[in-house]
Design a protein around this ligand. Structure first.
Ligand SMILES: Cc1cc2nc3c(=O)[nH]c(=O)nc-3n(C[C@H](O)[C@H](O)[C@H](O)COP(=O)(O)OP(=O)(O)OC[C@H]3O[C@@H](n4cnc5c(N)ncnc54)[C@H](O)[C@@H]3O)c2cc1C
Length: 375
């Protein structure tokens, strides 16, 4: 058992760190955007890291998508820019149903351009009335000869407006299905969602009797839930990677501050309760990092059978990140409360992680259900 990253992962980590150094001066501006930031996209394209999101048969880096590599990259990205992190993550999350269920024609057409980040995908599950309760979606797919008609609205969709295609989860006679809807199909429109405390490229996507060829279905009719679960199996753990990166960045801020600010004649870091907060934060980050890397390796081995490990890692790391960043603000006193500082940005950005890609409560339900299988 080796707890250190090997050469392959260290090289990927270095590439991600180098990319993030190169966008340091535009990160604040990009993270305030709810539209695509061209400088961040260009940097992602130049880095070639998006090739981690596609199998090598379609222009990707490895034969099979490697969740640990993705975790390590997201860890580095989230420490500097949530905009970059989200763009990168979505290249995989939005395209994985095509990788798993697409026809050769769909894969050949879309995936090589995902691997270079020439185009962006989106995964459209959530609806105005359906969030955690995915099975309550009302978007519908109906067959009309050799075409499918998609009708409904998806809400809070990352990359809406910037994506070249939407992978849409909807009801169909056979159950739930997933279809690929090109963004320029007639009847597709995008409206803005309310602005979030942590801005994100986000929008509501409307499908008004959109007609697409039946060949745009991904997988079999009725296999929609399977494809969504397959996506979560590979990518849920990567949210944990991002949460670890965010918490580490917050701790780095607190370490700098508490070593330079003197109170009662000593650096804050040497005052007992502050030292304790620093130590607890570091310890909790390391715990979450280990759990995340292990879950990523399990996801690589068998993503379906190990989804509960990914859920545990996402639960632990996202809850930890919120706790750590809050504690860091406490250590920084009034300086932690100043708007437009890095710590303030991290504080806001930690919050959505406990809600998207499975809220903490929904993850706990799944983990507890899995536990019941072990007795
Ligand atoms: C930044 C961001 C990006 C997003 N990107 C996408 C995207 O690209 N594609 C997409 O499809 N969606 C996206 N979403 C939507 C996201 O997936 C949903 O917000 C998430 O699924 C939770 O749904 P909800 O917000 O409707 O909360 P609800 O389902 O209304 O839940 C509200 C609260 O009730 C709790 N709850 C709900 N059901 C239960 C239960 N059975 N037991 C216990 N507690 C429960 C939840 O944990 C939560 O605390 C995004 C959201 C955000 C914030």
């Amino acid at each position: 058992m080796n707890f250190d990253l090997d050469e392959k992962y260290l090289a990927i980590q270095q590439a991600a760190l180098q990319l993030m150094r190169s966008v340091d001066d535009i990160a604040t501006e990009a993270d305030a955007c709810n539209e695509l930031h061209p400088g961040i996209l260009k940097a992602l394209q130049n880095s070639k890291l998006a090739d981690l999101m596609v199998p090598s048969a379609y222009g990707g880096r490895f034969d099979k998508i490697d969740p640990l590599a993705i975790c390590i990259v997201r860890e580095a990205m989230m420490a500097t820019s949530s905009h970059m992190d989200s763009l990168f993550a979505l290249q995989g999350i939005g395209s994985y149903a095509v990788t798993c269920g697409g026809s050769d024609t769909q894969k050949d057409f879309w995936l090589p351009r995902i691997a270079t980040a020439e185009i962006l995908p989106a995964l459209a599950l959530t609806e105005p009335e359906a969030g955690s309760d995915l099975k309550s979606v009302t978007t519908e797919i109906t067959s009309a000869g050799d075409e499918l008609i998609v009708n409904g609205t998806k809400a809070f969709i990352s990359n809406a407006g910037a994506a070249s295609f939407y992978v849409v989860f909807a009801k169909e006679e056979a159950g739930y299905s997933v279809v690929l809807v090109p963004a320029d199909a007639k009847g597709v429109s995008v409206t803005q969602t309310p602005e979030l405390i942590a801005p994100h490229v986000l929008g509501d996507v409307h499908f008004d009797k959109v007609r697409i060829p039946a060949s745009e279905r991904l997988g079999q009719a009725g296999s929609g839930l399977e494809l969504v679960l397959a996506t979560l199996g590979v990518f849920r753990v990567s949210v944990a990677g991002a949460a670890v990166g965010l918490a580490q960045a917050a701790l780095d801020e607190a370490v700098k501050h508490t070593h330079s600010r003197i109170q009662f004649g000593r650096p804050l870091a040497k005052l007992g309760p502050v030292a304790q907060m620093l130590a607890d934060s570091w310890t909790e980050i390391e715990m979450a990092r280990l759990l995340t890397y292990r879950a990523a390796i399990y996801a690589q081995q068998d993503s379906g059978a190990n989804l509960h490990h990914s859920s545990m890692a996402k639960l632990a790391a996202s809850e930890m990140a919120s706790k750590v960043v809050d504690r860091c603000i406490q250590m920084m006193g009034r300086f932690g409360l100043v708007r437009d500082t890095k710590i303030e940005k991290l504080y806001r950005q930690a919050r959505p992680m406990r809600i998207y890609e499975g809220s903490s409560e929904i993850l706990r339900l799944g983990i507890a259900k899995e536990l019941a299988h072990t007795v």
